[in-house]
Design a protein around this ligand. Sequence first.
Ligand code: G6P
Length: 608
Amino acid sequence: MCGIVGYIGERPAAPVLLDGLSKLEYRGYDSAGMAVYDGEKINFAKATGRLKVLSELTHDGETMPGSAGIGHTRWATHGAPTDSNAHPHFNKERTIAVVHNGIIENYVKLKKKLTDKGYEFCSETDTEVVAHLLDYYYTGEPLETVAKIMHRVEGSYALGIIFMDHPDVIYSVRKDSPLIVGRGKDGNLIASDVPAVLKYTREVCFIENEEIAKLSRDGIEFFNVDGDLIEKDFKTIEWDINAAEKGGYEHFMLKEMYEQPKTVRDTMNPRIKDGQIIIDELGMTEEEIRAIRKIHIIACGSAYHTGVTSKYIFEGLARIPVEVDVASEFRYRNPILEEGALVIIISQSGETADSLAALREAKAQGVTTLGIVNVVGSSIAREADKIMYTWAGPEIAVATTKAYSAQLIAQYLLAMKFAQVKGRLSEDGLSEMLRDLKRLPDQIELLLNNKGRIQKFANRYIAAKDVFFIGRGIDYAISLEGSLKLKEISYIHSEAYAAGELKHGTISLIEDGTLVAAVATQDELFKKTVSNIVEVRTRGAFVMAVTNEGNTEIEKNADYVIYIPQTNKYFTNSLAIIPLQLFSYYVSVGKGCDVDKPRNLAKSVTVE
Ligand code: G6P
């Protein structure tokens, strides 16, 4: 997500900020900016696009004199990537400058309150409310003011703040967004991540939630939310810059897999209020929802697989018929879109050429389109009639993991909402589903922590030639994604099959020792899938089964079993996919493949 850097010391600040921001580029961004105090006033520069543009604009920082400043790379969430939405943000008099990473969940309410009090906003961001709120509460005592706004702001934040009437200090505070402080010989720094400070210091302190750091040229103090001074330890960083960018993980893919609990929470939490699903941004009335006669889900790759999953949920739960199409097929099959159709386009990047073309085709036929997109301001996000963002943050590894998980959550919420409005989901049913939904992040974490066992198993399959994934219903959708993950990053041929379809051909490929991954999380289909497991096992297959806790009888028929925690039958994909991601990852690592950048693949496919 966004990156923050702050510096106060003996050096000119702007070049330090630009250098630090360049070390945070891996986090993804679409604009950048900085603010530096020059001894009289706070100057600022902002630029849409790459950091290079900001460097050129400021002559590598030379046009911004001063030795105290804050900088930011923005990955758009609220508002498109434009100069005016880029950070820093200011109060009206430009005496308070703020950079922010995170999401202010109650910004609409705060914005209204501040607007009523006469504050004017010049951006579409959630961050700007922080600048005006600081102004509103400012007593002349920055620490007291920062502590005060922490009680008013909900959501996640890491903030870097400069007050012009206290120019020898930078304030910083965090809640649920990362922030570190670096203690250097000729100045002190704040940053979203360690790589940004490593050039200047290896002495780093990790700020905890709701702690405030006060940095001056020659000292750093820490306070709790009550303004009491607290003691904090500094650590010496031993890693090199490359390892630091990946937060200590060997690959971005592993890091992103570990971000899934957070991604799921971020996509879900803002849309659940007082036991109800509120998807305000959809702007769809209950009447409009009731009028939906058919849903078409269109996407590519893994995003398509989330659509295959949600077909079962929209149909099973909301009883709305669903067709799922691969975008490159949809656009050329002269599709029939009748009145009452809703076309849902799912895309992480929001730029996939075929998905975009499918969206345009649907719009040309006059039906309502809804984009489920991760990148704010992307083409699909801009062109779809309705938009629902997944809050996965930028994904670096080509093989998607966390964006996939976020797409599933967005569709669960949508299907539940539609079912409720259509009178197919009672209040009790909804509460039960929400309870299970809220448990998913912890359950995902539990499965991730089991990685050692899966790594050992994966190491036995690095020389595999063919692997088959089988399942029925939602388990078939999970198999599609499990198979794609494996072939994408390990170059092992794999196929996903609807388990009942195996005997119509594919079963002839099963030989002694062929690995078959069988997914069996759907109770009503369990026995049927077990029969298919028996069919392949009697022909020599080695069966790895993924099933729900408690289904121990599967051990009679499978050679290796992975259990997933109990959840609602519609949510099992979110759990069952975790061991399959880990399996693919460790096979790829074991083979020495380029995990994050597999050959021939691109993260964003902008050609047909
Ligand atoms: C590429 C990526 C996949 C992704 C697909 C669709 O093939 O490697 O991970 O699922 O494109 O991308 P989108 O950005 O539209 O979700």
